[in-house]
Ligand binder design. Structure first.
Ligand SMILES: Cc1cc2nc3c(=O)[nH]c(=O)nc-3n(C[C@H](O)[C@H](O)[C@H](O)COP(=O)(O)OP(=O)(O)OC[C@H]3O[C@@H](n4cnc5c(N)ncnc54)[C@H](O)[C@@H]3O)c2cc1C
Length: 272
């Protein structure tokens, strides 16, 4: 992919700008990518290959590179009312919530971005965040990015966004939310929509079924892999991206650039 061809409107590209950039690269280069096709099983077959089953087809592969991300299992609060249809565990866009009472629960960039976009687009927004997350300024420890925090603080100063330093959300009902603040006070606030954005975990089921070992990572459970080749302890199975310890976009781009030619080279050597 060509460096420097993405021209964001703000300091950093939005999700839409980044996705559009990737999509146009795929279209321009006419890459073969099967969209809307889910891998549902990967099974070893003799002598040294895998049968990859999807919801549409089956493929045989000698090497399989998993790049499945870590968004499959959004974490839950496990409180009464969380199953109501107005409660979401992903945030897509702010536009349906103009002039609605929105609550965002969470302390990372996903929550901060959602609160910012909701507030900027006219939702009466409250963000419930733990003090340690609000005061965290260390980007390496998951602090809010400055290009999110600065406009977020502008929304707070302008009185459009309310921040509650809280202990826990007690209950969500059809028109309200009950929250215990860090000082132990119970607040009941009007509410039309809740976004619970408290992190998510990868679905490692397919990898575990293949026999790939996992270990505690920086933030969550990660597959065990060779730090140079990103091959797991199951020969022929590789991992890359957000569910490894090389989590960020930069690594998710750099690592495949390095390892895919190595995998191809290894295949040529095997065949020769
Ligand atoms: C709100 C937010 C803000 C962020 N901001 C930044 C930032 O500023 N800088 C940064 O470096 N990182 C940021 N990140 C992290 C960044 O999004 C990830 O590092 C990056 O997307 C990782 O890419 P990936 O390819 O590993 O995973 P993903 O982008 O998650 O892609 C994984 C893909 O695999 C697909 N998939 C999963 N399972 C299957 C299956 N069984 N069959 C077929 N397909 C499957 C998924 O549908 C998905 O399309 C942010 C994340 C969020 C949520």
């Amino acid at each position: 992919m060509r460096e420097g061809t993405l021209k964001p409107v703000r300091e950093k590209p939005t999700r839409e700008e980044l996705l559009s950039h990737y999509i146009h690269f795929v279209l321009d280069q006419n890459l073969k990518i099967n969209t809307d096709e889910e891998v549902v099983d990967v099974e070893p077959i003799e002598p040294e290959a895998f049968l990859v089953r999807t919801n549409r087809d089956e493929y045989t592969a000698v090497r399989v590179l998993f790049a499945i991300g870590a968004m499959a299992r959004p974490r839950r609060l496990n409180i009464p009312g969380e199953e109501l249809p107005k409660v979401h565990h992903r945030f897509v866009e702010p536009y349906p919530y103009v002039r609605k009472d929105a609550l965002v629960v969470g302390g990372g960039n996903s929550a901060a971005e959602a609160a910012l976009f909701l507030s900027e687009e006219g939702a009466r927004t409250t963000m419930a965040i733990w003090r340690e997350d609000w005061e965290n300024r260390d980007p390496k420890a998951g602090a809010m990015k400055h290009w999110v925090r600065t406009p977020l603080e502008r929304e707070i100063e302008a009185g459009r966004l309310r921040v509650i330093l809280f202990q826990r959300v007690e209950e969500i009902t059809e028109h309200e939310v009950r929250i215990t603040t860090e000082g132990g006070e119970t607040l009941t606030i009007p509410n039309d929509v809740v976004f619970v954005l408290i992190g998510s975990d990868a679905d490692l089921t397919l990898l575990k079924k293949l026999g790939v070992k996992t270990a505690p990572g920086k933030l969550t459970e990660v597959p065990v892999y060779d730090l140079e080749t990103f091959e797991t302890d199951v020969r022929g199975i590789y991992v890359v991206g957000h569910f490894t310890n090389a989590r960020h976009i930069k690594a998710a781009i750099q690592v495949p650039r390095r390892i895919v030619p190595l995998i191809a080279q290894g295949l040529r050597t095997t065949v020769a």
